[in-house]
Every structure is written in structure tokens, then in C-alpha cells.
Design a protein around this ligand. Sequence first.
Ligand SMILES: NC(=O)c1ccc[n+]([C@@H]2O[C@H](COP(=O)([O-])OP(=O)(O)OC[C@H]3O[C@@H](n4cnc5c(N)ncnc54)[C@H](OP(=O)(O)O)[C@@H]3O)[C@@H](O)[C@H]2O)c1
Length: 253
Amino acid sequence: MSSLSGKTAIVTGGTSGMGEGVALKFAEEGANVLISGRYEERGESVVQKILKKGGSAFFNPGDISTSKANKKLVESAVSHFGQLDILVLSAGRLGLGKITELPEEEWLRTIDVNLNSAFYIMRYAIPEMLVNGGGNIVIIGSVAAFHAFPSHAAYCASKGALISLVRQVAADYGPEIRINLLCPAQVDTPLLRSSVKAFDNPETIIRQTEAKLPMKRLGTTNDIADAVHFLASDSSSWITGSCLTIDGGFLCT
Ligand SMILES: NC(=O)c1ccc[n+]([C@@H]2O[C@H](COP(=O)([O-])OP(=O)(O)OC[C@H]3O[C@@H](n4cnc5c(N)ncnc54)[C@H](OP(=O)(O)O)[C@@H]3O)[C@@H](O)[C@H]2O)c1
């Protein structure tokens, strides 16, 4: 039997990058997957990839920065698949700018998407998980929680706050709910590519980034999907409230 057979998972940010990788992996492992993102075309394309391989998935469109949208996501998973077991929060944005230059709206929007959405969705998801005896939550943080990157004030603050939130939820809801934070460094996704687009020589920036990493390559969405699967499965049954860095050695440099 596959490791996630009979489980239902919500994957926010499932329309692209790491979230897409996680959605594909979870479906391969037998889970029913609800994919969340704003763009219908991208969401449906991931759903089709899963259905073609005999998996089970559907797309629920919406901007996850409001409480209402997160409530709808959870209700939608339960009405479609009858239960909720796993939550993976991969949706995120960069919101670049130094404190003195960043428009207030940009700060607030980044905190809404990267941090407040986790608060909103867990308020609705945890009670549904408890109905079936418990559940598992994996949030995608970032090494930006530990390391300053120029002009990433809102991003670093939002990712840093997730460390405390994850510990707190683990303490409040264990043993029924396990929750962990996965903190990647540079992973080859559309978000990373868009962050270097502004440079004259984006490919050189990527090559320089790779050269600085002890593992000499960017992370892949498969690297992330495997780690999320580990945290979401029984293989990690005594791990909760922790922060796992997955960074090719970035924090050693
Ligand atoms: N790539 C990296 O190097 C890196 C490193 C460390 C941490 N991270 C973190 O990893 C996570 C995934 O990033 P990624 O690199 O995979 O980026 P990505 O390919 O750009 O994917 C981001 C996802 O977030 C969704 N999203 C963004 N804003 C949203 C909103 N307001 N409402 C609903 N969905 C929204 C997007 O969906 P739609 O476009 O369909 O709305 C998309 O599916 C993020 O939390 C990011 O901070 C990335």
C-alpha cells in the first residue's frame, strides 16, 4: 500500500514550484490532493498531470490572504473527500524592499500571504483533523528565517515568525497534531527565477549561487517534495515543532 493511501491533503501554492512538486508526490503516494492557488490554468494543469497518472486531485482557486478564502479551502477539501489529514502550506511571496522603501501595502500583503494565511487556515483545518483523531501540518519556511538577505525585510520577518508559530501549535495540539517547518535555501522554481530576473545576467547569478553552496547545485522541487513527504508521513512520527533546514549547506557558508 502507498504511504499516504486514504489520506486527504491540502497543498497551498500547489499550482507552481515546490507546492506542485509536493502535490505530484502526494498523489503518487496515494493521497487525495486539493490544490490551492490563484490561477485556474496552472491549477488545472497540475490536476491533469495527477489524473493522467491515476491519482485523485482537484483545484480550488482563491487568494489565501483572507480568512474567508482559507475557510472555503478547508470546507472544500472536506466536502470533496470527506476528511482532512494533511496540510502543506507552500504559498508565498517575496515582497522585496528595505524597510524605508517598502510601501506599507507591500509589507502587509507579504505578511498576509506568508504568515497570516497559516493562522487562518489552521483555525479551520485543525478542528477538521481532530474529528478523525489528528493530522499533520508542514509549512514551507525559508533559510531567510535565520539569515538576512538584502531588501527581504518583510520576507525574513514573515518566515522568522513561522518558527515560533510552529513550536506553539506543536505544544498546544500534540499529540494529535504534528507540525513542522521546512526551511529551504535556493530551490529552482519560478519564484527564484523571478527574483534574479532584474539582474543584467540572471544565469550568472544562478551559477554563482550554486558555486557557493557546499552541494554545488540549487535544490529541486523533488528534493523538497521528498522532505515534505518524510515530515508528513509516519517515518517522522516523533518529530514535531521542529525546523528542518534543506539548503545544500547554505547555512554552513
Ligand atoms: N524558491 C526558493 O528558492 C525558495 C527558498 C526558500 C523558501 N521558499 C518558499 O517556498 C514556498 C514556495 O515557493 P516556490 O519557490 O515554489 O514559488 P512559486 O513557484 O512562485 O510558487 C508560489 C506559489 O504560491 C502561490 N501563491 C502566491 N501568492 C498567493 C496568494 N495570494 N494566494 C494563493 N496562492 C498564492 C502561487 O499560486 P498562484 O500563482 O496560482 O496564485 C504558487 O503556487 C514559498 O513559501 C517560498 O517563500 C522558496
